[in-house]
Structures are given as structure tokens and as C-alpha cells.
Design a protein around this ligand. Sequence first.
Ligand code: MRU
Length: 366
Amino acid sequence: MNVAGTPRRTIWVESDGWSVGIIDQTRLPHGFVTLRLTDVGEAAHAISAMLVRGAPLIGATAAYGVCLALRQDASDAALDRAYETLVKTRPTAINLRWALDAMRAHLAPLKPADRVQAAYAKAKAIADEDVAINRAIGEHGLGLIRAAAKRRPGETINVLTHCNAGWLATVDWGTATAPIYLAHEAGIKVHVWVDETRPRNQGASLTAWELNNHGVPHTVIVDNTGGHLMQHGQVDLCFVGTDRTTAQGDVCNKIGTYLKALAAKDNGVPFYVCLPSPSIDWTINDGMKEVPIEQRAGDEVSRITGRTDDGRIETVTITPQGSPVANYAFDVTPARLVTGLVTERGICAASRDGLLGLFPERRPNR
Ligand code: MRU
């Protein structure tokens, strides 16, 4: 998508042909800073410290992390070490394991001498596939926005989104934002309610920054506003992303997603999850019991960073000294609260049958 009019992706190979460029997302929205990753340790740090974040981008960064590791040592042991280092960086988004499994399956059978080139080619394929998947999700989701616009001719369609499931969370397009960008390009009047998404404010800092750059009308709201807006007919559709969706359609996403889904159900607002297939964990069913929920450092809750009026970036503490804090990064929305899953192959019910209808190759004993 565009940054100051220039199309960009969130991850790329630099002009030296091997180091990996990323956008340091911890500096947004006040600074646009790019960084070069030069070894697997830096790639692992970029993921765990959330310089890059969002399930699909975590997967792509891990894939390039394997490339950086193999450049230094292409042995079997080094491949295993890179896998183990990277897979531990964040526990919830399944795309991380998916990308690492794909890299290892592709590279392990090769002779060490052939691995580096093959690794870069495979990482590029994973990144390119993510772009194509998100674009396809956008086309399917666009149909939902078009249908809403048809029901209310001439009126603005209000979409509520949580966290950042935008292009910054993927390689390009985003998942929840792809239909919004396409609707905007198609001349449909669309406006986005952006949940700020405490504690790290991915909505206020990242989604708002993206939409602003792209000229999409939007309004940042505090996380508790969505229910009120839904009660007053101010939300036509909810679109959110996912870090892991189970085989029965339970959706794990950024903390607070569940509360939006409850409010949407109570108010008859359609609640869609934009779901790239690498975010499906076919090995588990019950999201509430089986998805590992990341707990992050308490200072993400007790401290907040922003820009002062005179342009300095400052971090301040907002809780009393000594008050304990808890920082659950994700929650699970049960399938029964989800209107539909918007995948690259089309839209389906949030259920085992719905998912298997679109991904029949996953049926057992085929
Ligand atoms: O902690 P984050 O910022 O990595 O969480 C990101 C989300 O929860 C996104 O909604 C999810 O990864 C989907 S991204 C297309």
C-alpha cells in the first residue's frame, strides 16, 4: 500500500540481495523508520519485541529469519536451531509455525550447499502468497460492503475494526482492511471506526496511520465505544482479523475482539473474520481450551508512549506504583458469535463444515 504516495510492502530483501528490510512498527505513527535485519537473532527480536507484528507478517519474518540463519550456517543443526529460536518468539499466531514448517519441509531434503538460495526463494513465495491471499479476501469482503451499500443507497457504510489487521499486519493489503481499501477504490462511501486497541494501541497507532495515508475516512474510538455505536445503528459491519482460527471456527484475535462480537450479536450487526488459510490451525477444535494465549509484560499496560506538543516521544506511567497489572494479549471468540469467515476461497460459516466446504483437501481420510 502507499506511504506518502509510494507503494510499499512491510518486508523486503534489501538491494544487497540478502539482508531483510522491515518497517519498525514500534515507531509509528510518529516516525516512519525502516531497519535492516542481518541475522536470525535480529529477526527473532523483531518478532518478539513487536517491531513487526500481525499474524501473516510474523510468519513472513520468520521465513526470512531462516534465510538469514542459513547464510551463516546451512547445516541440518543450524536449520533446526533457527526453527527453535524463531518458533518461540510469540505463542499465539499459528502463521509462525506454519511458515517455519513450510521452510523446513522445503529445505531439509536439500544439500546444505543448495539451501540458501532455495530459502530466499521459498520466503519470497510465502510473502507473495500472502499478498495474493489478502487481495482475494478483499474481493470476497468487498461483496459484503457492496451489499450493505445497496441496502442503503447513497449512505456511508460504517465498518468497525479492532487491532490492526491492516497491511502493516501482513505483507500487503491486510486482511480486515483489504475489503475496505477495495471499496474505497471502487468509489463506495466507507468509513471505519478504529478501536484504539489497548494496551499497545495497534488501532490508534497503526490502523489509523494506514487509513490516513490511504485517504480512507476513519475515526479512532476508545475500546469501549463499539457497543454504544452498535446500539445506535452506527455500525453496518464488523471486520476483524485472526491469529489462529480452529478447525471448528473459533477465532483467536487481539484481546477485546470477543467483547465486540458479543455486542455485535446483541445488536444484529454482522461480525466477519477475515481469515487467510495459513491462520487456520487444523489440529485443534476448542479455541477456549486449546489456543495458547500470550501474556506480555505488565509495563505495556502500566505505561504509555506518545508525542508531546513540542515533538518529543515520551513514555509515562498511568497506574499507581505497586498496583499489579495483567496483560493478556488475545482472546477467543466462539464460532457461534461469528457471522462468517472471509477466506481467500470465499465466505463460509464459522464451523467445521463451513471450513471443510472451502478446504475439502483437509477432510480426514480423503
Ligand atoms: O499482537 P499483534 O499486534 O501481533 O496482534 C495482531 C492481531 O491480533 C491481528 O488482528 C491479527 O494478527 C490478524 S492480522 C491480519
